[in-house]
Design a protein around this ligand. Sequence first.
Ligand SMILES: [Zn+2]
Length: 249
Amino acid sequence: MKWRTHTAIAEAIAEALGLDRRLRRALSSGSIDPDRYPDVTVRVGRRGRTYVARAPHHNPGLRLIMKHVWKARKSYLKGDDFEALRSLGRALHYLQDMSVSKGILGLSHDSKEDEVASLSVPVKVVEESLSSAFCSPHYVEETIKHVRPQKDAEKALEEACRASGSIVGAVLGRKNPPEGLVEEFTQARRRYWRRTIPVAATASLLFLMLALATCNTAAALGAASGYVIQLLDRKYHYLRKEVEWYSVG
Ligand SMILES: [Zn+2]
């Protein structure tokens, strides 16, 4: 996506939020930062050698985007709105690039980005997504996962605006946890330590003893079952992430 489009979406969001000039600039420049100061990822080459490469913009991966989202959220909770908006801008850049279809071999890509840049930002879509956003890291993850590259220029811009607004709304949402969340997490944590962990540890131990008794190294791999079992305590892991979103618990 063209810089013009990235900054136009940032402007529309800033306008809807009523941000001052300094914060407006933080969001705008953050939105083009990945092109100026690229994120890097570590890749493994053909001969098993690792190398550092520029993170792909049209398929950056959930983890990279979430890294910036979490950074933004933590800054926001600390009251550092400037850093929060700058990190948010970075996350938005990737979402916006993901909204535009690359086409076969990327041939039609440049002309499509030109076409997107010629359109005006649908302010209504921005406003609606900002106000209907849900303040939760799971909501943010789902939103990112649902971004689909659009072939039609107008649809691509709409997709970019919808996802961007939703994420900004979620990150800059309430600072205090919703009622009952901390209590619910405390209960889940108690169950996790009293039930899940003992079951997981027992499973691992049984496999380990079996491996020793039979001298079967394959059975030793079963020791990892404990790790898998504790992952199955979905409720605990879900709530732990929710609680972290508010830096409590
Ligand atoms: Zn880009």
